[in-house]
Design a protein around this ligand. Structure first.
Ligand code: FEO
Length: 168
């Protein structure tokens, strides 16, 4: 495997793992604040990011590359509000998208069309996740500081899936 691409894919393993840990910390914060629905949402997001990480890791192995399981930075664990929490969610997803775009760019430079093709799944996934984060943040901004609105948000997020925000 091209070593430039191998390094970028290993970096991406780290970013997906970092997102998984960040969402776990966010779920724990929401749980302690009594937002059970928000907590469940982030437990699920954390699990999804872990799957994104594992999918990459297996791909590197299948292609004969060397996987480097990364050490991680401590995630942000405290938030001033639900808006701050979802702001972090959106900025985390935007960061991951930017990193994926770097991989895609380098795949084209290196003419590695196999990895380019594999990464398209991540491009589609990021589109969905960014849309989800933006939709939820928009809802919270409409609610403002109306605390009964937080109650309804926490209740309604239980049934929320990424498919609801998929762009047509
Ligand atoms: Fe797998 Fe949303 O980054």
């Amino acid at each position: 495997m091209n070593t430039i691409i191998e390094d970028l894919l290993n970096n991406q393993v780290k970013y997906e793992a970092q997102a998984s840990m960040q969402y776990l910390a966010m779920a724990a914060w929401a749980d302690t604040k009594g937002y059970g629905g928000v907590a469940n949402f982030f437990y699920k997001q954390s699990e999804e990011e872990r799957q994104h990480m594992t999918k990459l890791l297996k791909f590197i192995n299948e292609r004969g590359g060397k996987v480097v399981v990364p050490s991680l930075e401590k995630p942000t664990a405290d938030f001033d509000s639900l808006i701050a929490l979802f702001d972090k969610f959106l900025s985390s997803e935007i960061f991951v998208t930017e990193q994926i775009n770097k991989v895609i760019f380098e795949c084209l430079q290196q003419k590695d069309y196999n990895v380019h093709n594999f990464m398209q799944w991540y491009v589609a996934e990021q589109l969905e996740e960014e849309a989800t984060a933006r939709t939820l943040l928009d809802k919270l901004n409409i609610i403002g500081d109306n605390t009964s609105g937080y109650y309804l948000f926490d209740r309604d997020i239980e049934g929320f899936t990424a498919e609801e925000t998929t762009l047509e």
